[in-house]
Design a binder for this molecule. Structure first.
Ligand code: ZN
Length: 289
């Protein structure tokens, strides 16, 4: 039986439900292709926390409501909240009101890099169920999950180079893809279709759109039948291999360049995204195929 959270309704940016030991977290801003504002990021964090704390939950599925998984970070909806304070989860101070490049560095350390690392280390198996667009900040959410199951209409893309930025904050590109493919992916900023993403090893399974939920839940049920502790240890062991390969330090270095780029943009244009808003990015994307 599905137990929906008491606070769940369509105004919630993240829906939470548990059924058969599987917690499903649904990003719920379909009108904005599930663009992530801070409200959503903190709601996701709270939902992950809830799923971790609940002994009845064996597996966590992350999905997006509507046609798309996630179009990335919110860079232009009416509910953009990058300048608001939230109850923080890491020991960084509040970003609001800080001068120069400090504000954005502190904010992104908390809501992007910090949160993604936190979610990647969740001691229960996580599955990203991806349909439609999985762009930039959306990629970060899929990448922190252990498995990615995509529908055949899904595509993956990091187009932020057009903004003068060398890739999204959680810089896992060269761990998700062979470095040569990662370069192509970043340099050209093109869409990578689900079938190619699977060939490249970034996606575990690709199924027809109408079979996506059934397939994801079937894998989740199989995971849920495995011993909890062994899954946690296997996950930690593989994450440790990635860390020994330099994932964390590579990401720290890239995060520094990422913020150099934001600051450079601000010096040149007065805007940390180089003056490109969601509309301009969408228009550039159309050209890009
Ligand atoms: Zn950034």
């Amino acid at each position: 039986m599905t137990q929906m959270s008491a606070v769940d309704d369509n105004s919630e940016v993240v829906l939470y439900a548990v059924s058969e030991g599987i917690a499903t977290l649904t990003m719920n801003r379909p009108r904005y292709h599930n663009a992530q504002n801070s409200k959503m990021t903190y709601a996701l964090d709270a939902a992950f926390r809830r799923a971790v704390d609940d002994d009845a939950v064996k597996v966590i599925v992350l999905r997006g409501a509507g046609k798309n998984f996630s179009a990335g970070h919110d860079i232009g909806t009416p509910e953009r909240d990058a300048h608001e304070s939230f109850e923080r989860q890491h020991l960084w101070y509040d970003h609001v009101g800080k001068p120069g490049a400090e504000q954005q560095l502190v904010r992104e350390q908390e809501v992007y890099l910090g949160m993604c690392r936190r979610w990647r280390d969740i001691p229960k198996p996580t599955i990203a169920m991806v349909q439609g667009a999985c762009i930039a900040g959306g990629l970060m959410l899929a990448w922190v999950c252990d498995l990615i199951i995509a529908s055949d209409d899904a595509y993956f893309q990091d187009p932020v180079l057009q903004m003068g930025i060398p890739g999204v904050e959680y810089f896992a590109h060269a761990f998700e893809l062979h470095p040569r493919i990662a370069k192509e992916f970043l340099f050209l900023g093109e869409k990578m279709r689900a079938d190619r993403a699977q060939q490249m090893g970034m996606v575990n399974r690709v199924v027809a759109r109408e079979a996506l939920e059934t397939e994801t839940m079937s894998v989740a049920r199989k995971l849920g039948a495995q011993p909890r502790m062994a899954l946690a240890l296997a996950k930690q062991s593989i994450n440790h291999v990635e860390d020994l390969r330099g994932k964390r330090t590579a990401m720290d270095a890239a995060f520094g360049w990422h913020h150099f780029a934001h600051a450079h943009n601000s010096l040149l244009t007065g805007n940390n995204l180089g003056g490109l808003d969601a509309k301009a990015m969408a228009a550039a994307n159309k050209k890009n195929g």
